[in-house]
Write a new protein. Structure first.
Length: 343
């Protein structure tokens, strides 16, 4: 036998001393999951799908937050869903509880009014705490201080498709601040005076308005009235440094001073959406049309190549985007007028 045949060739030897390929770029990012102990089952299915469709390859950390301590059982079962780092945090009182200066008589009247109008969560104080926390405080939580980008996840949501790229890196490389999958109209009675507050803030602080903002998405009359369009914030991939920045901080403080989180029921979805639309450029707000997602009772199912690439477990004909209640048309109209396609 020819002994040389078993020796490595020069090219084989050369390949041994080649530098390792660069590791894929990562972003400074985490999942953020606000939830309650009694939501365990739905917390597990959300995390399992995110891990299966995306994070098993990327290993981004999870941060779970709660206004009460998570139980041992809860933590044990959630930990079993992922190999990624996971932390459990408690929210401090000041970030959660209705502030003392809120006039409780007025707040009570507000709750009764919404109840009489048949509005969902009309009389719930915890729901209002949650909306205010998500609007103004989650990104100040100590467990989130190390991170810039986050992906918000809720109990019982569905992720339909494989995500074979890193949306956080996408955000960073394309200078995006806010990413969404569903866009719809808010219940008007919950935000009756929000737009007045927004107008008051922006006329006193015009320096915060982006020159290339998305007012056209929010208003059909040049900013006079709000058309109720917002990005559905149960799904968000966004930049916490935007929320931590001066424009948003002053905006939130102003809204907080109006008391509308308690006198009405201002949602974090319209609050985030209005800020992203006004204080960022329109090309910094991104529609993740390739990410299949459901939060009851609506879903976004990708179509065409996105559906094939993602092996999406949803019917592309069952997608909220172009139904009557959707605001995606407003979002796309804005880019058509600007002469570019939606980002
Ligand atoms: P919806 O999506 O608007 O119907 O409201 P959800 O009930 O899904 O609440 C939104 C998010 O806040 C979910 O992640 C919930 O788990 C969380 N959440 C709502 N209320 C509370 C609460 O009182 N305590 C905690 N820890 N989480 C809450
Ligand atoms: Mn929800």
């Amino acid at each position: 036998p020819n002994i040389n045949a078993t020796l490595p060739t020069t090219t084989e030897l050369a390949s041994l001393i080649q530098p390792e390929p660069e590791p894929p770029r990562r972003a400074n990012a985490t999942f953020v999951f606000l939830c309650k102990n009694d939501e365990l089952g739905k917390v597990l299915t959300s995390i399992q799908q995110m891990e299966d469709r995306f994070n098993k390859k990327y290993q981004y950390p999870w941060v779970l937050l709660n206004d009460k301590p998570f139980t041992k059982q809860f933590k044990k079962r959630v930990r079993a869903m992922t190999d990624a780092p996971i932390e459990f945090g408690v929210i401090k009182r000041e970030h959660w509880i209705q502030p003392d200066w809120i006039d409780e008589d007025r707040a009570l009247k507000g709750r009764i009014r919404l109840l009489s109008q048949g509005i969902i969560y009309a009389a719930s104080i915890p729901y209002r705490n949650m909306c205010r926390f998500n609007s103004g405080f989650f990104f100040h939580h100590e467990l989130l201080q190390p991170y810039r980008y986050y992906w918000r996840v809720e109990p019982g949501v569905k992720f339909f498709c494989d995500i074979d790229y890193d949306p956080f890196v996408y955000m960073e490389e394309h200078d995006k601040v806010y990413g969404f999958t569903l866009s719809l109209h808010e219940w008007e009675p919950t935000i009756r005076t929000l737009w007045d507050a927004v107008k008051e803030f922006t006329s006193a602080n015009p320096q915060y308005l982006s020159a290339n903002n998305s007012m056209e998405y929010l208003s059909d009359d040049g900013g006079n009235t709000y058309n109720l369009c917002h990005f559905w914030s149960n799904f968000e991939i966004a930049d916490m440094d935007f929320w931590r920045g001066e424009a948003y901080q002053r905006f939130f403080d102003f809204l907080e001073s109006k008391g509308g989180f308690y006198y009405e029921r201002w949602g974090d979805a319209p609050v985030h959406s209005i800020a992203a639309a006004l204080f960022a450029r329109k090309d910094q707000v991104h529609f993740f049309r390739d990410i299949g997602y459901r939060h009851e009772p609506f879903q976004h199912c990708p179509s065409g190549d996105d559906w094939v690439k993602g092996r999406c477990a949803c019917d592309p004909r069952d997608s909220f985007d172009y139904t009557g209640a959707s605001c995606i048309r407003n979002y796309e109209r804005m880019f058509k007028h600007a002469g570019v396609s939606a980002t």
